[in-house]
Design a protein. Sequence first.
Length: 347
Amino acid sequence: MSETLDSPSDPARGLSRRSLLTAAALSLPAAVAFAGAAGPASPASAASGSAQFLTFTNGGLTGALTFPNVPTTARPIGGYGLFLDGTTLWYGNSVYAKGVTAARGNRNDVWDFFSYVQNGVATSVRGSNGNIYDVRTWPQVPATATPVGAFGAFLDGGDLWYFGSIVATGVKQATGLSGGVGKTPSGAWTDWVGFFTNAARAFKGVGGVTGEWQAWFNIPASAQITRLPGLWLNGNGDLWYGDLRRAYDVLSASGTMTNDPTLAIGSYVANGRSYRYATSVMVNRGVVNNPAEFPSVPRSARPVGALGVFLDGTDLWARRAVVARNVVAAVGDSILSTDHVSLITSA
């Protein structure tokens, strides 16, 4: 198949500590990486009491889809229309699987990557806007495992599985994201997995083949991994990316991969004197650049993954404005100019 898929961004389709430490500048200009970072966002148009998928272009709302069949008791797992309600997994406006004990996913450009355990069988899926293109089951993975985010990655006890094989033991925590496949169904994508053993570690996988293993020995053993592989938050508020502290007085942190396999976005809320605002940064193999601050976002907010998107209580902020209210849960991802957020709102 060679058709080009379009992002569902057209409304007509219906639907913490004191300072940020920056390293050498990336070759990507700030105007490209954070175009419109200070611009206001448009008001959300989707109704309360529903499952939704919002699309933002340079901070402005350009798409609001609603999935009326999805119960408001469900919770987003990351990706277009992906929600878990008890043991029922929804994709788009339809039930995709029942008997699901755990599920997790992410959106990358037009693609959704999600993994789950159903009736004891570990499964990974690549889809787009509710359509399925790849499904893999991993019978070797124990029924007690949980998906860590990246395609084919599961954690069972201290064993980290990737594409049906154990790739690390003694693992205390793990996270993962997938992307970089392009807009056509054919072609490989990249998986990133971060985990902690005796040190903070990460690897890149392509088609089940691991490579580019990294280890960071300066990160304290008490640090917790965030959604973004390689981004760690210690209990004292130190935020680490790579082997260096990037910010202090950090209250919460999250992140996402972009559609460029070498670039990621880390977001956090700090409580310090100099850098005390909600912030997003572009990161590349430990190099941090182009911090974008959002002073309007309350300090009590937390990032949900996408660039400049934060949840404060039940208010969802996109850069400088509240774009949805009565939000009970949200998960987001970004490419360089587009942010996607899946959410549940109460009536």
